[in-house]
Write a protein that binds this ligand. Structure first.
Ligand code: 5DS
Ligand code: ZN
Length: 263
């Protein structure tokens, strides 16, 4: 199977040499969303995202993905509503992708794989004062997931794609400003699934309210190819490894409900 091959390749990354599971973890991510088993919840409110492009600060290669980081010392870029009871601050966004367009996403819809998945990571600024605190708490984080499909070029993404050659190696960082992450959201953000899960990279803490968009965004084949030109490895390492298949294997649902905001 596609996923088996990728699973083998992905486990080669040092990230996954350690414990692959949280002992007793019963709300791990990512998962397969079985659409027909999701439960429509009419109480789910519209999502309200307010992002200030002036809070965008830098883009860097952390050796597993590339992250666009935002100033989260104020409530200038926030997410609320939807399944959330509190106000959440945007701290970063990043992607997961495959070595080919056949796979790459972390979540799947009825086992359908997408070539890539965008994650916008937010933390609960009503209850906590730092991401590092929130990451340990049940209601600490909210991550929006958006599937990417290969098609027409995404004009808003190109500014980010053009910055990638400057951060090819693990540990490289460049200034990256005035980027509005709203341009990466689908036009309709009110059709989503939501469930309680975890970070998909260590510390794998079970602190995430996942909000997975029903509608995808389109990027071009060439734009995705630039993602794959990044490297897992730093400039000093002898063997350079392409940054591909940076997704976690799927985790058991353990009886969790997946709710939908649409019927
Ligand atoms: C420290 N932060 C913001 C994160 N730690 N792990 C993250 C994962 N990449 S994900 N996929 O967002 O759970 S995001
Ligand atoms: Zn992620």
């Amino acid at each position: 199977r596609v996923r088996d091959a990728a699973e083998h390749v992905m486990k080669m990354h040092p990230m996954w040499q350690g414990p692959l599971a949280i002992p007793g973890g019963d709300r791990q991510s990512p998962i397969d969303i079985v659409v027909r088993k999701s439960i429509f919840d009419s109480e789910l409110k519209p999502l309200v995202s307010v992002y200030d492009p002036n809070t965008c600060q830098q883009i860097w290669n952390n050796g597993y993905s590339f992250l666009v980081e935002y100033d989260d010392t104020t409530d200038k870029s926030t997410l609320k509503g939807g399944p959330l009871q509190d106000n959440f601050r945007l701290c970063q966004f990043h992607f997961h992708w495959g070595e080919s367009n056949a796979w790459g996403s972390e979540h799947t819809l009825d086992r359908r794989l997408f070539p890539a998945e965008l994650h916008l990571v937010h933390w609960n600024s009503d209850k906590y004062s730092l991401f590092e605190e929130a990451v340990m708490e049940d209601n600490g984080l909210a991550v929006i997931g958006v599937f990417l499909k290969v098609g027409k070029r995404h004009e808003g993404l190109q500014k980010l794609v053009d910055a990638l050659p400057a951060i090819r190696h693990k540990g490289s960082v460049v200034e990256f400003t005035r980027f509005d992450p709203a341009c990466l959201l689908p036009s309709n953000i009110n059709d989503y699934w939501t469930y309680h899960g975890s970070l998909t990279t260590p510390p794998l803490t079970e602190s995430v309210t996942w909000i997975i968009m029903k509608h995808h965004i389109e990027v071009s084949h060439d734009q995705l190819a630039v993602f794959r030109s990044l490297l897992f490895t730093s400039a000093e390492e002898d063997v350079q490894k392409s940054m591909v298949n940076n997704f976690r294997v799927q985790q058991p649902l353990c009886g969790r409900a997946v709710r939908s905001s649409f019927s």
